[in-house]
Design a protein around this ligand. Structure first.
Ligand code: PLP
Length: 370
Protein backbone atom coordinates (compact mmCIF):
# COMPACT_ATOMS: atom_id res chain seq x y z
CA UNK A 1 0.00 0.00 0.00
CA UNK A 2 1.21 3.54 -0.70
CA UNK A 3 2.07 5.69 2.28
CA UNK A 4 -0.96 6.93 4.21
CA UNK A 5 -0.48 10.57 5.13
CA UNK A 6 -2.30 12.25 7.98
CA UNK A 7 -3.55 14.77 5.40
CA UNK A 8 -3.71 14.93 1.63
CA UNK A 9 -5.27 17.60 -0.59
CA UNK A 10 -4.41 16.08 -3.98
CA UNK A 11 -7.20 13.54 -4.11
CA UNK A 12 -9.85 16.19 -3.56
CA UNK A 13 -8.46 18.44 -6.28
CA UNK A 14 -8.20 15.54 -8.71
CA UNK A 15 -11.85 14.61 -8.13
CA UNK A 16 -13.12 18.16 -8.83
CA UNK A 17 -10.43 19.54 -11.12
CA UNK A 18 -12.65 20.59 -14.05
CA UNK A 19 -15.39 22.26 -12.04
CA UNK A 20 -13.00 24.17 -9.83
CA UNK A 21 -10.69 25.24 -12.66
CA UNK A 22 -13.78 26.51 -14.53
CA UNK A 23 -14.54 28.71 -11.54
CA UNK A 24 -10.99 30.06 -11.56
CA UNK A 25 -11.15 30.69 -15.31
CA UNK A 26 -14.42 32.62 -14.93
CA UNK A 27 -12.84 34.98 -12.42
CA UNK A 28 -9.86 35.53 -14.73
CA UNK A 29 -12.01 36.14 -17.78
CA UNK A 30 -14.07 38.68 -15.86
CA UNK A 31 -10.92 40.08 -14.18
CA UNK A 32 -12.87 40.09 -10.91
CA UNK A 33 -9.68 39.51 -8.94
CA UNK A 34 -9.89 41.57 -5.78
CA UNK A 35 -12.97 41.57 -3.58
CA UNK A 36 -15.97 42.29 -5.81
CA UNK A 37 -18.81 40.06 -6.88
CA UNK A 38 -17.27 36.67 -6.10
CA UNK A 39 -16.35 37.81 -2.62
CA UNK A 40 -19.87 39.17 -2.11
CA UNK A 41 -21.51 36.01 -3.45
CA UNK A 42 -19.46 33.83 -1.14
CA UNK A 43 -20.43 36.01 1.83
CA UNK A 44 -24.09 35.36 1.04
CA UNK A 45 -23.51 31.65 0.51
CA UNK A 46 -21.50 31.21 3.68
CA UNK A 47 -23.88 33.21 5.90
CA UNK A 48 -26.77 31.10 4.59
CA UNK A 49 -24.83 27.88 5.19
CA UNK A 50 -23.94 28.81 8.78
CA UNK A 51 -27.37 30.31 9.46
CA UNK A 52 -25.87 33.66 10.41
CA UNK A 53 -27.37 37.11 9.84
CA UNK A 54 -24.26 38.08 7.97
CA UNK A 55 -20.73 37.13 7.01
CA UNK A 56 -17.74 39.29 6.12
CA UNK A 57 -15.16 37.49 4.00
CA UNK A 58 -11.58 38.50 4.75
CA UNK A 59 -8.02 37.66 3.76
CA UNK A 60 -7.43 34.82 6.25
CA UNK A 61 -8.52 33.42 9.59
CA UNK A 62 -5.96 35.37 11.57
CA UNK A 63 -7.35 38.61 10.17
CA UNK A 64 -10.89 37.40 10.90
CA UNK A 65 -9.93 37.13 14.58
CA UNK A 66 -8.12 40.49 14.51
CA UNK A 67 -10.99 42.37 12.86
CA UNK A 68 -13.75 40.74 14.91
CA UNK A 69 -12.03 41.70 18.17
CA UNK A 70 -11.27 45.17 16.83
CA UNK A 71 -14.85 46.04 15.92
CA UNK A 72 -15.99 44.66 19.27
CA UNK A 73 -13.80 47.26 20.93
CA UNK A 74 -10.86 45.25 22.18
CA UNK A 75 -7.72 47.36 22.44
CA UNK A 76 -4.72 48.42 24.54
CA UNK A 77 -5.16 47.81 28.25
CA UNK A 78 -7.58 44.94 27.74
CA UNK A 79 -7.09 41.27 28.50
CA UNK A 80 -8.67 38.47 26.52
CA UNK A 81 -8.79 34.89 27.74
CA UNK A 82 -7.93 32.19 25.18
CA UNK A 83 -7.17 28.49 25.63
CA UNK A 84 -3.47 27.59 25.78
CA UNK A 85 -3.81 24.68 23.35
CA UNK A 86 -4.76 26.22 20.04
CA UNK A 87 -3.10 27.41 16.88
CA UNK A 88 -1.18 30.56 17.84
CA UNK A 89 -3.37 32.78 15.61
CA UNK A 90 -6.13 32.85 18.25
CA UNK A 91 -3.70 34.78 20.44
CA UNK A 92 -2.31 36.87 17.55
CA UNK A 93 -5.81 38.33 17.09
CA UNK A 94 -5.63 39.65 20.66
CA UNK A 95 -2.05 40.93 20.34
CA UNK A 96 -2.62 42.70 17.01
CA UNK A 97 -5.23 44.80 18.82
CA UNK A 98 -2.71 45.82 21.48
CA UNK A 99 -4.47 43.71 24.12
CA UNK A 100 -2.94 40.94 26.22
CA UNK A 101 -3.84 37.28 25.76
CA UNK A 102 -4.39 35.45 29.05
CA UNK A 103 -4.11 31.72 28.61
CA UNK A 104 -6.57 29.31 30.20
CA UNK A 105 -6.11 25.61 30.78
CA UNK A 106 -8.07 22.94 28.94
CA UNK A 107 -10.33 20.10 30.00
CA UNK A 108 -8.34 16.87 30.43
CA UNK A 109 -10.79 14.83 28.34
CA UNK A 110 -12.33 17.11 25.72
CA UNK A 111 -9.13 19.19 25.37
CA UNK A 112 -11.35 22.28 24.98
CA UNK A 113 -11.14 25.49 27.05
CA UNK A 114 -11.94 24.78 30.72
CA UNK A 115 -14.60 27.32 31.81
CA UNK A 116 -13.70 26.89 35.51
CA UNK A 117 -10.03 27.67 34.87
CA UNK A 118 -10.99 30.54 32.55
CA UNK A 119 -13.10 32.13 35.29
CA UNK A 120 -10.14 32.09 37.72
CA UNK A 121 -8.11 34.18 35.26
CA UNK A 122 -10.59 37.05 34.99
CA UNK A 123 -9.34 40.44 36.23
CA UNK A 124 -10.76 43.99 36.01
CA UNK A 125 -9.01 44.25 32.66
CA UNK A 126 -10.68 41.21 31.08
CA UNK A 127 -12.95 42.10 28.16
CA UNK A 128 -13.66 38.82 26.41
CA UNK A 129 -13.17 35.08 26.21
CA UNK A 130 -12.34 33.53 22.85
CA UNK A 131 -13.16 29.83 22.81
CA UNK A 132 -11.75 27.54 20.12
CA UNK A 133 -13.69 24.65 18.60
CA UNK A 134 -10.56 22.56 18.70
CA UNK A 135 -10.09 19.80 16.11
CA UNK A 136 -13.62 20.52 14.79
CA UNK A 137 -15.39 19.75 18.06
CA UNK A 138 -17.48 22.53 19.62
CA UNK A 139 -16.40 23.71 23.06
CA UNK A 140 -19.13 24.15 25.68
CA UNK A 141 -20.33 27.56 24.48
CA UNK A 142 -23.10 27.95 27.07
CA UNK A 143 -20.77 27.15 29.97
CA UNK A 144 -18.27 29.75 28.74
CA UNK A 145 -21.09 32.25 28.11
CA UNK A 146 -22.33 31.72 31.69
CA UNK A 147 -18.89 32.60 33.03
CA UNK A 148 -18.77 35.65 30.75
CA UNK A 149 -22.24 36.80 31.82
CA UNK A 150 -21.29 36.66 35.51
CA UNK A 151 -18.47 39.13 34.79
CA UNK A 152 -19.92 41.24 31.97
CA UNK A 153 -17.59 39.86 29.27
CA UNK A 154 -18.06 39.07 25.59
CA UNK A 155 -17.57 35.62 24.08
CA UNK A 156 -16.20 35.02 20.59
CA UNK A 157 -15.67 31.74 18.77
CA UNK A 158 -12.60 30.67 16.85
CA UNK A 159 -14.34 28.44 14.29
CA UNK A 160 -11.27 27.99 12.08
CA UNK A 161 -11.43 24.20 12.45
CA UNK A 162 -15.18 23.74 12.70
CA UNK A 163 -17.08 24.73 9.52
CA UNK A 164 -20.47 23.05 9.87
CA UNK A 165 -19.92 21.61 13.37
CA UNK A 166 -22.97 21.85 15.59
CA UNK A 167 -23.41 22.84 19.22
CA UNK A 168 -26.77 21.75 20.70
CA UNK A 169 -28.03 21.31 17.14
CA UNK A 170 -26.98 24.75 15.90
CA UNK A 171 -23.98 25.42 13.66
CA UNK A 172 -21.07 27.12 15.39
CA UNK A 173 -20.50 30.78 14.59
CA UNK A 174 -23.93 32.17 15.50
CA UNK A 175 -24.34 31.83 19.26
CA UNK A 176 -21.78 34.43 20.38
CA UNK A 177 -20.70 37.93 19.35
CA UNK A 178 -18.72 36.63 16.38
CA UNK A 179 -17.52 33.43 14.73
CA UNK A 180 -14.09 33.56 13.10
CA UNK A 181 -13.39 31.13 10.26
CA UNK A 182 -10.29 30.25 8.26
CA UNK A 183 -10.23 28.85 4.73
CA UNK A 184 -6.57 27.90 4.82
CA UNK A 185 -6.20 25.09 2.27
CA UNK A 186 -6.08 22.27 4.82
CA UNK A 187 -9.23 23.33 6.70
CA UNK A 188 -12.54 21.46 6.20
CA UNK A 189 -13.43 24.21 3.72
CA UNK A 190 -10.20 25.35 2.11
CA UNK A 191 -9.40 28.01 -0.50
CA UNK A 192 -6.83 27.90 -3.30
CA UNK A 193 -4.68 30.03 -1.04
CA UNK A 194 -5.69 32.13 1.95
CA UNK A 195 -9.13 33.14 3.13
CA UNK A 196 -11.24 33.81 6.20
CA UNK A 197 -14.63 35.07 7.35
CA UNK A 198 -16.41 36.52 10.35
CA UNK A 199 -20.02 35.53 10.96
CA UNK A 200 -22.31 37.44 13.28
CA UNK A 201 -25.95 37.95 14.18
CA UNK A 202 -25.20 41.66 14.56
CA UNK A 203 -25.28 43.53 11.21
CA UNK A 204 -23.17 46.32 12.73
CA UNK A 205 -20.28 43.93 13.39
CA UNK A 206 -20.37 42.79 9.78
CA UNK A 207 -20.74 46.33 8.38
CA UNK A 208 -17.78 47.64 10.39
CA UNK A 209 -15.56 44.77 9.25
CA UNK A 210 -16.56 45.38 5.62
CA UNK A 211 -15.32 48.95 5.96
CA UNK A 212 -12.12 48.16 7.87
CA UNK A 213 -11.04 45.39 5.51
CA UNK A 214 -11.51 47.73 2.57
CA UNK A 215 -9.12 50.57 3.56
CA UNK A 216 -11.60 52.11 5.97
CA UNK A 217 -13.72 53.34 3.07
CA UNK A 218 -17.45 52.85 2.66
CA UNK A 219 -17.28 54.95 -0.48
CA UNK A 220 -14.23 54.38 -2.65
CA UNK A 221 -11.37 56.84 -1.99
CA UNK A 222 -13.17 58.40 1.01
CA UNK A 223 -11.36 57.05 4.06
CA UNK A 224 -13.16 57.71 7.32
CA UNK A 225 -10.75 55.82 9.54
CA UNK A 226 -7.48 53.92 9.44
CA UNK A 227 -8.28 50.86 7.39
CA UNK A 228 -6.63 47.71 6.14
CA UNK A 229 -6.37 45.73 2.94
CA UNK A 230 -7.88 42.49 4.20
CA UNK A 231 -10.33 41.56 1.46
CA UNK A 232 -10.90 38.06 0.11
CA UNK A 233 -9.57 37.57 -3.42
CA UNK A 234 -12.08 36.92 -6.19
CA UNK A 235 -10.56 33.55 -7.08
CA UNK A 236 -10.88 32.43 -3.47
CA UNK A 237 -14.50 33.57 -3.28
CA UNK A 238 -15.43 31.71 -6.47
CA UNK A 239 -13.62 28.53 -5.45
CA UNK A 240 -15.05 28.65 -1.93
CA UNK A 241 -18.63 29.04 -3.22
CA UNK A 242 -18.06 25.94 -5.39
CA UNK A 243 -16.50 23.95 -2.60
CA UNK A 244 -19.14 24.96 -0.06
CA UNK A 245 -21.61 22.73 -1.94
CA UNK A 246 -19.41 19.73 -1.08
CA UNK A 247 -18.80 20.60 2.57
CA UNK A 248 -21.65 18.61 4.14
CA UNK A 249 -20.66 15.53 2.16
CA UNK A 250 -17.03 15.86 3.18
CA UNK A 251 -17.96 16.41 6.83
CA UNK A 252 -20.23 13.35 6.74
CA UNK A 253 -17.34 11.26 5.41
CA UNK A 254 -15.03 12.62 8.12
CA UNK A 255 -17.60 11.49 10.71
CA UNK A 256 -17.73 8.03 9.15
CA UNK A 257 -13.95 7.76 9.35
CA UNK A 258 -13.98 9.04 12.94
CA UNK A 259 -16.57 6.38 13.85
CA UNK A 260 -14.30 3.72 12.35
CA UNK A 261 -11.45 4.92 14.57
CA UNK A 262 -13.69 5.20 17.64
CA UNK A 263 -15.07 1.70 17.19
CA UNK A 264 -11.92 0.06 15.88
CA UNK A 265 -9.18 1.35 18.16
CA UNK A 266 -8.83 -0.74 21.29
CA UNK A 267 -5.21 -0.07 22.22
CA UNK A 268 -5.27 1.16 25.83
CA UNK A 269 -2.23 3.35 25.10
CA UNK A 270 -4.31 5.58 22.79
CA UNK A 271 -6.85 8.08 24.12
CA UNK A 272 -9.31 9.82 21.78
CA UNK A 273 -11.01 13.19 22.27
CA UNK A 274 -14.09 12.84 24.48
CA UNK A 275 -17.27 13.77 22.57
CA UNK A 276 -19.84 15.44 24.86
CA UNK A 277 -23.54 15.01 23.94
CA UNK A 278 -23.92 18.67 23.04
CA UNK A 279 -21.21 18.64 20.40
CA UNK A 280 -21.35 17.32 16.86
CA UNK A 281 -17.76 17.42 15.65
CA UNK A 282 -16.64 17.76 12.03
CA UNK A 283 -13.27 16.15 12.84
CA UNK A 284 -10.96 18.66 11.24
CA UNK A 285 -8.28 16.67 13.01
CA UNK A 286 -8.53 13.12 14.35
CA UNK A 287 -6.76 13.91 17.58
CA UNK A 288 -5.42 11.34 20.02
CA UNK A 289 -3.13 11.27 23.03
CA UNK A 290 -0.33 8.79 23.57
CA UNK A 291 2.20 9.04 26.40
CA UNK A 292 5.31 7.89 24.51
CA UNK A 293 4.64 9.93 21.37
CA UNK A 294 8.08 9.67 19.75
CA UNK A 295 8.01 5.89 19.91
CA UNK A 296 4.44 5.76 18.67
CA UNK A 297 5.17 8.01 15.72
CA UNK A 298 8.25 5.98 14.81
CA UNK A 299 6.15 2.81 14.89
CA UNK A 300 3.42 4.03 12.59
CA UNK A 301 6.01 5.62 10.30
CA UNK A 302 7.78 2.26 9.99
CA UNK A 303 4.42 0.91 8.89
CA UNK A 304 3.84 3.53 6.22
CA UNK A 305 1.55 5.89 8.14
CA UNK A 306 2.29 9.52 9.02
CA UNK A 307 0.83 11.56 11.86
CA UNK A 308 0.81 15.26 12.71
CA UNK A 309 1.18 17.13 16.00
CA UNK A 310 -1.34 19.87 16.84
CA UNK A 311 0.35 21.55 18.63
CA UNK A 312 3.75 20.69 20.09
CA UNK A 313 4.08 23.82 22.26
CA UNK A 314 1.14 25.45 24.05
CA UNK A 315 0.75 29.18 23.37
CA UNK A 316 1.82 30.30 26.85
CA UNK A 317 5.24 28.64 26.42
CA UNK A 318 5.93 29.98 22.92
CA UNK A 319 9.00 32.20 22.71
CA UNK A 320 6.91 34.99 21.17
CA UNK A 321 4.97 35.20 24.46
CA UNK A 322 7.89 34.75 26.84
CA UNK A 323 7.46 38.43 27.83
CA UNK A 324 4.19 37.46 29.54
CA UNK A 325 6.18 35.50 32.10
CA UNK A 326 4.47 32.10 32.02
CA UNK A 327 6.44 29.10 33.26
CA UNK A 328 6.25 25.41 32.69
CA UNK A 329 3.70 23.98 35.11
CA UNK A 330 1.40 27.02 34.95
CA UNK A 331 -1.16 25.23 32.74
CA UNK A 332 -0.50 21.57 33.43
CA UNK A 333 -3.33 20.02 31.41
CA UNK A 334 -2.51 22.02 28.28
CA UNK A 335 1.17 21.16 28.68
CA UNK A 336 0.48 17.47 29.06
CA UNK A 337 -1.75 17.51 25.98
CA UNK A 338 0.96 19.26 23.98
CA UNK A 339 3.41 16.51 24.99
CA UNK A 340 1.04 13.65 24.10
CA UNK A 341 -1.16 14.84 21.23
CA UNK A 342 -0.95 13.20 17.85
CA UNK A 343 -3.12 13.68 14.76
CA UNK A 344 -4.11 10.50 12.94
CA UNK A 345 -4.83 10.38 9.20
CA UNK A 346 -8.10 12.22 8.53
CA UNK A 347 -9.44 13.64 5.29
CA UNK A 348 -12.64 12.82 3.40
CA UNK A 349 -10.92 10.98 0.55
CA UNK A 350 -9.31 8.37 2.82
CA UNK A 351 -10.57 4.94 1.78
CA UNK A 352 -12.09 2.41 4.18
CA UNK A 353 -9.25 -0.06 3.58
CA UNK A 354 -6.72 2.63 4.44
CA UNK A 355 -8.50 3.53 7.68
CA UNK A 356 -8.75 -0.16 8.58
CA UNK A 357 -5.03 -0.53 7.94
CA UNK A 358 -4.16 2.47 10.14
CA UNK A 359 -6.37 1.10 12.93
CA UNK A 360 -4.63 -2.27 12.71
CA UNK A 361 -1.17 -0.65 12.88
CA UNK A 362 -2.19 1.37 15.93
CA UNK A 363 -3.80 -1.58 17.67
CA UNK A 364 -0.57 -3.56 17.26
CA UNK A 365 1.47 -0.74 18.80
CA UNK A 366 3.12 -1.77 22.07
CA UNK A 367 2.05 -5.42 21.84
CA UNK A 368 4.70 -8.09 22.43
CA UNK A 369 7.96 -7.24 20.74
CA UNK A 370 7.09 -3.88 19.12
C1 PLP B 1 -6.08 27.88 10.98
C2 PLP B 1 -6.40 28.51 12.27
C3 PLP B 1 -6.39 29.90 12.46
C4 PLP B 1 -5.81 30.87 11.47
O1 PLP B 1 -6.26 30.85 10.22
P1 PLP B 1 -5.37 31.35 8.98
O2 PLP B 1 -6.38 31.38 7.88
O3 PLP B 1 -4.29 30.35 8.76
O4 PLP B 1 -4.85 32.70 9.31
C5 PLP B 1 -6.84 30.41 13.67
N1 PLP B 1 -7.22 29.59 14.66
C6 PLP B 1 -7.22 28.26 14.54
C7 PLP B 1 -7.68 27.43 15.68
C8 PLP B 1 -6.79 27.66 13.35
O5 PLP B 1 -6.77 26.33 13.25
Amino acid sequence: MEKIEWMNLTRQFDAHRDEWMDAVRRVCEETAFSGGKYEAQFEKDFAAYIGAQGAAAVSNGTHALFLAMKVLGIGPGDEVIVPADTFIATAWGVSYNGAVPVFADIDPETWEIDPVDAEKRITEKTKAIVGVHLYGQPFDIDAVQAVADRHGLMVLEDCAQAHGARYKGQKVGVRTKAGCFSFYPGKNLGAFGEGGAVTSQDPEVIRKIQILKNHGAEKRYYHDELGYNMRLEGIQGAVLSCKLKCLDGWNARRKEIAAMYQQGLHNPRIRLQKQPDFSDSVYHIMAAEVDDRDRFMAWIEENGVTAGIHYPIPCHLQKAYSFLGYREGDLPVAEKHARCCVSLPMYPELRDDEVAYVIDVINRYGTAGV
